[in-house]
Design a protein around this ligand. Structure first.
Ligand code: SAM
Length: 312
């Protein structure tokens, strides 16, 4: 196994015992709204990886299908009430927007944001559905699943009229049987749940296993929160084990840590992306981007760090 890292985050912090779910994991169900978090450091890591994978798929003419199991509203106003509440984007994409020293993978992602903003100001943020839609060609397909009725309505409205895109109100964990393998035999599955229910951790693992059993050669991108929960700490190892020997192109796991836990271990310290069947270009691209991002997005320079591991 190849391992590239500067400061492997200690996770979970042994000084802080595993605890009950933090506030943002709490019921009621579907309390999570991505609009509050759009463009934060976690979106930066997830979406720059997504852009890299889609641009890789675009290198061949043959069409592909993108399946986004937890799609959200599709795009977000950064001037709106929700994004404006904690202004999380200011610690994420806001720190990249005016820089002229972006590493290539970050540059490719920011170019997609500029295309969506259609002007010099950063006013709105594209979620995974819009990023995918921007990069899709005529021969490609996009399948979007979102359970929250308000976000589903926004998403459906935004995608209306695009024959390449289908939007459904559905539990994204349950659609894999119908979606995989795709008729295109090329595809990317994005699994990006809110983890507001602890059961999401086990369901993500089950979804990876099911996806690879149906479509072993497909790319799977999973976003994971870096929080101090036992379920979160165990999931990366379990995902690696599920992909090992099943995904013909192996796996990649990347971490970006930006801050120390708040009192009692609360808060999102950073995030991870797990990719099954990554293109060979992803590890070098992330290994160049992540040290730069860890510096630029650091909230606490003492703890900020990154790691990128592959199955070799
Ligand atoms: N993938 C989006 C992006 O990158 O722009 C963000 C998705 S957000 C992290 C998670 C979304 O999943 C929320 O909009 C939430 O309403 C939705 N959701 C929660 N549970 C779900 C489920 N079981 N199936 C489908 N959507 C779900």
């Amino acid at each position: 196994m190849q391992s590239l890292h500067e400061a492997m985050p200690v996770f979970p912090d042994p000084a802080l015992p595993p605890r009950a779910a933090p506030a943002w994991h709490s019921p009621p169900m579907l309390a999570y709204r991505h609009a509050f978090h759009a463009g934060n450091h976690a979106d930066v890591l997830k979406h720059l990886t997504l852009v890299h994978l889609l641009q890789h798929l675009n290198q061949k003419d043959k069409g592909y299908r993108v399946i986004d199991t937890h799609a959200g509203a599709g795009a977000y106003s950064l001037g709106g009430r929700q994004a404006g509440l904690h202004r999380e984007y200011e610690g994420g994409v806001g720190r990249l927007w005016d820089r002229d020293d972006l590493p290539p993978a970050v540059q490719a992602y920011v170019e997609q944001l500029r295309r969506f903003n259609e002007g010099p100001a950063l006013r709105r943020y594209p979620g995974s559905p819009v990023l995918a839609q921007q990069l899709l060609r005529a021969q490609d397909q996009l399948r979007l699943f979102e359970l929250h009725p308000t976000d589903h309505a926004k998403l459906a409205g935004r995608m209306r009229g695009d024959a390449r895109v289908q939007v459904q109100v559905a539990d994204g964990f349950t659609v894999l049987k119908a979606q995989l393998p795709p008729s295109t035999r090329r595809g990317l599955l994005l699994i990006d749940p809110p983890y507001e229910l602890k059961t999401d951790y086990a369901r993500v693992l089950g979804a990876l296993r099911e996806a690879l059993s149906r479509f072993a050669e497909g790319m799977v991108l999973i976003w994971l929160p870096q929080v101090q929960l036992v379920e979160a700490a165990r999931l990366p190892q379990r995902l690696k084990a599920a992909a090992a020997g099943v995904a013909p192109k192996g796996w990649l796991l990347a971490w970006l840590t930006v801050q120390a836990p708040r009192e009692r271990g609360l808060g999102l310290l950073g995030s991870l992306v797990f990719v099954a069947n990554p293109p060979h270009t992803l590890a070098p691209a992330l290994s160049q981007a992540l040290p730069w991002l860890a510096r630029v997005l650091a909230e606490d320079a003492r703890i900020a760090g990154w790691a990128c591991e592959t199955s070799g």
